[in-house]
Design a protein. Structure first.
Length: 101
């Protein structure tokens, strides 16, 4: 089972979610973890939360993940997560949360 990625308010209300039932992110992130400190902080087995102040760097590193995407499923998943991250960057009291296994 892969991640669920949520855009949440500070009270925990989920505004949008992207699921990864095929565990695609695990493969994509493996190639990026050594060089990208923000992505290295994502906990495979727990939850990882990013705030709007972290989004510019997260989005820059996410472009590296996007370059790893080789098929339609990978490209779609990466793009959907990027959209959540961009919304997080533009809002106050919004968080991008990766929920691990």
């Amino acid at each position: 089972m892969g991640f669920d990625i949520n855009l949440q308010r500070e009270n925990g209300e989920i505004l949008a979610t992207v699921g990864d039932p095929k565990n695609i992110l695990h493969k994509l992130l493996e190639h990026c973890l050594a060089d990208e400190p923000r992505l290295r902080e994502i906990d495979w087995n727990g939850d990882t939360t990013f705030n709007r102040l972290q989004m510019p760097r997260f989005l820059a590193e996410w472009e590296i993940v996007a370059r790893q995407a080789k098929n339609t499923d990978e490209t779609k998943l990466v793009a959907e997560i990027k959209q959540l991250a961009e919304k997080c960057a533009d809002g106050i009291h919004l968080y991008l949360k990766f929920i691990g296994d």
